[in-house]
Design a protein around this ligand. Structure first.
Ligand SMILES: Nc1ncnc2c1ncn2[C@@H]1O[C@H](COP(=O)(O)OP(=O)(O)OP(=O)(O)O)[C@@H](O)[C@H]1O
Length: 353
């Protein structure tokens, strides 16, 4: 879970980070075993083998690294690993471990076979990271007592444990840390059909009646992310309850999400404002990020970190050395006609980066 987003955009309905409301219901909606976990076939299959082999040997599973965007199920999978191994789980995160001593305290209190879930492992401090190398490899840490020339290292044996590290940025992990994981699983965005299965499952647990077309409508707007699918489902449920008979049909889902400003492709107000400025004010670009940000009245970081990643992923916006460009799909999505370009190299260059 990454921190608050810049520009106050942290609580977007289509944001992938968990908000307080999510945390309250996520526990109830989490799949409890690999069989219930939807999608991610490759990761699931490989992990199934790793866990079965460890169980057959009667030992502890290898350390597991899970990488992928927020809300794709890394925390859920770590809990499943613990459940499948019949082991307890301890949950912490990189930013919570700033000193090596913080990590030593956690490691030394682990039970044999326990799963330690370390979210945002790329944000751990350097000294803690170095302590983790030895703990992962030899199940041992050196606790430093005292300071300066009189400092001594006291070796501390640890029970075997399984570290499950999660990161949104696998590329940021130092190779010595990456290499100490026996298994690395990369989580992909979910296909619409998989999100429909997530939505049907959650609807059953929330005791909401949903038609297949209603689930498809929500899935198409969920940005490939189960957390967003579950959140949109809850907002649509509210609408269905207040404005209709509680049943989620395609029409109800469409009307509800229009009220919440989430369009047919999952873009919200901010995404559309960025695209609309790029196309209407700057003829589709190229335009510099700062200029674009001023045009939509947002911080540069908000446009770059909050709106752009999804627009780029959807093929609606391209980042080029000369600035941001709206793609033909962007013109089509907003129902606009691109201006006719001349043959002399195209765009005006008036608004360069
Ligand atoms: N494969 C899945 N099948 C069904 N539900 C899922 C799946 N993956 C995630 N979910 C649901 O999505 C929500 C978010 O999942 P989770 O907290 O595991 O994501 P995460 O990747 O750990 O996110 P973050 O990195 O932000 O912590 C949970 O409520 C969970 O129930």
């Amino acid at each position: 879970m990454s921190g608050a987003l810049p520009g106050g955009a942290g609580s977007r309905l289509v944001g992938a980070d968990a908000d307080g409301d999510d945390q309250a219901v996520e526990a109830a909606l989490r799949p409890k075993d690999l069989g219930e976990f939807v999608g991610q076939e490759r990761v699931r299959e490989q992990l199934d083998l790793v866990l079965k082999a460890a169980r057959q040997r009667g030992g502890t599973a290898d350390h597991v690294l899970l990488s992928g965007a927020p809300g794709l199920g890394k925390t859920t999978l770590s809990m499943i690993i613990a459940a499948e191994m019949g082991a307890p789980i301890r949950i912490t995160s990189g930013p919570a471990i700033q000193h090596a001593g913080d990590l030593a305290a956690i490691l030394s209190s682990l039970a044999e076979g326990e799963v330690l879930f370390l979210d945002e492992i790329h944000r751990m401090s350097r000294p803690a990271e170095e302590m983790l190398y030895m703990a992962m490899e030899d199940f041992r840490v050196d606790v430093i007592v005292g300071k300066g020339p009189g400092a001594t290292a006291i070796p501390l044996e640890l029970p075997p444990f399984t570290l499950v590290g999660a990161t949104t940025r696998a590329g940021l992990l130092p190779p010595p840390l990456r290499d100490r994981f026996g298994f690395t699983g990369h989580m992909e965005f979910y296909a619409p059909a998989e999100l429909e299965r997530v939505i049907h499952r959650s609807a059953r647990l929330l005791e909401v009646t949903i038609e297949p077309e209603g689930a498809a409508e929500i899935a198409g707007r969920s940005r490939g992310t189960p957390r967003i699918a579950n959140r949109l489902l809850r907002r649509v449920r509210d609408y269905a309850q207040v404005k209709a008979d509680g049943v989620i049909t395609r029409e109800i889902a469409g009307s509800a999400l229009a009220v919440y400003d989430v369009d047919g492709r999952g873009l919200d107000r901010l995404d559309r404002a960025v695209l609309s400025a790029l196309l209407k004010l700057f003829g589709g670009g190229p335009v510099g990020l700062s200029t674009l940000a001023v045009a939509v009245g947002e911080e540069r970081e908000t446009v770059e970190e909050v709106a752009e990643p999804f627009l780029v992923r959807e093929g609606l916006l391209a980042r080029t050395p000369r600035g941001r460009i709206g793609t033909p799909a962007a013109w089509e999505h907003l129902g606009l006609t691109p201006p006719q370009r001349g043959t002399g190299g195209g765009q005006s260059g008036l608004f360069e980066a």
